[in-house]
Write a protein that binds this ligand. Structure first.
Ligand code: NAP
Length: 281
């Protein structure tokens, strides 16, 4: 078997075009603000991507760049200011924050109706309860990719590698909400290989180059690689050893060009949804 390559770039372009067309007809355009603390080079790259996406979709965008030493009070003040502004519908904060800052307090400070990456505990609770609300962009992007390729999680065994609050856990929850039977793996999992081999749908978000090898994947499995790593040559790659896994899988995402672009497009969709909630049409 040779896997179908899941085209995240193509799906992302489609989603962004739908957002752009909707925004064009709105009397007031949606607005997104991103808050960056410190000078992490990777975060600067994400920021540039978001700026570009917003421009493409007709969404107003601005960035708050705060110094690494910013205090908790100053950061929360910025969030509260954004909460109050009518031109800003979505607020995105680059987590994790430096150690002296309290992620949770900042997550709680974001108004739930502007929480476009679903980090406020009230939105996380809605996600677990299956209440319609914002979905975190990366796991929601994975669900969009599965849907695009008519892959129905219902009744399938799904293994998620990774249990972070922003990727692994919500991913497992979204698969469960779509009736998959879900196993979540982490660094203390006793036999990762066995857990992966069982999966009809294997979703990996460990951030470890070379973690998922060919012998860990069942023939015909759907393999979704969320990770964004660098290999020894500095090239972008995921957790999956692509050359070994692709011949066994039925569908597989490339890195780059798989989950990443869809994540970005879902952020545009969530910002539009926030603006509509705010009565912008
Ligand atoms: P994270 O907070 O570091 O979490 C990694 C998770 O993987 C942890 O739960 C960890 O287990 C588990 N893990 C690590 N090594 C493992 C191993 N050898 N065996 C089994 N489990 C292992 O990272 P994250 O924020 O969730 O991000 C994960 C990856 O996704 C990163 O590569 C990141 O760059 C990428 N990412 C991509 C997108 C996108 O748009 N495509 C968005 C966000 C993140 P423990 O809990 O036991 O430590």
């Amino acid at each position: 078997m040779s896997a179908v390559l899941m085209d995240g770039k193509g799906l992302s372009a489609q989603i962004k075009e739908q957002v752009r067309a909707h925004v064009e007809g709105m009397p007031q355009r949606p607005g997104l603000a991103m808050v960056l603390v410190g000078e992490d080079p990777a975060a600067q790259v994400y920021e540039a991507g978001k700026r570009k996406d917003c421009k493409q979709c007709g969404i107003y965008y601005e960035t708050y760049r705060l110094p690494y030493e910013v205090s908790q009070e100053e950061l929360v003040e910025v969030v509260q200011l954004l909460n109050q502004r009518e031109d800003i519908d979505g607020i995105l904060i680059q987590f994790p924050l430096p150690e002296h800052l309290d992620d949770r307090a900042v997550q709680l400070a974001i108004r739930p109706d502007k929480d476009v990456d679903c980090v406020n505990p009230s939105n996380v609770g809605d996600l677990i309860l299956g209440v319609d609300s914002f979905r975190p962009c990366t796991p929601a992007g994975v669900m969009r990719l599965l849907n695009e390729y008519h892959i129905d999680p219902a009744g399938k065994r799904c293994t998620v590698v990774g249990r972070s609050n922003i990727v692994g856990k919500p991913q497992a929850m979204l698969m469960l909400l779509q009736d998959a039977t879900v196993t979540v793996c982490h660094t203390k999992t006793a036999n990762l290989k066995e857990e992966c081999q069982r999966a009809d749908i294997l979703i990996t978000a460990a951030g470890k180059t070379g973690l998922i090898t060919g012998d860990m994947v069942k023939e015909g499995a759907v393999v979704i690689d969320i990770a964004i790593n660098r290999d020894e040559q500095g090239k972008l790659c995921g957790d999956v050893v692509f050359d070994q896994v692709a011949p066994k899988a039925s569908y597989i995402t490339p890195v780059p060009g798989g989950v990443g672009p869809v994540t970005r497009a879902v952020l545009m969709e969530n910002t539009l949804a926030a603006a509509r909630r705010h009565g912008k049409g």
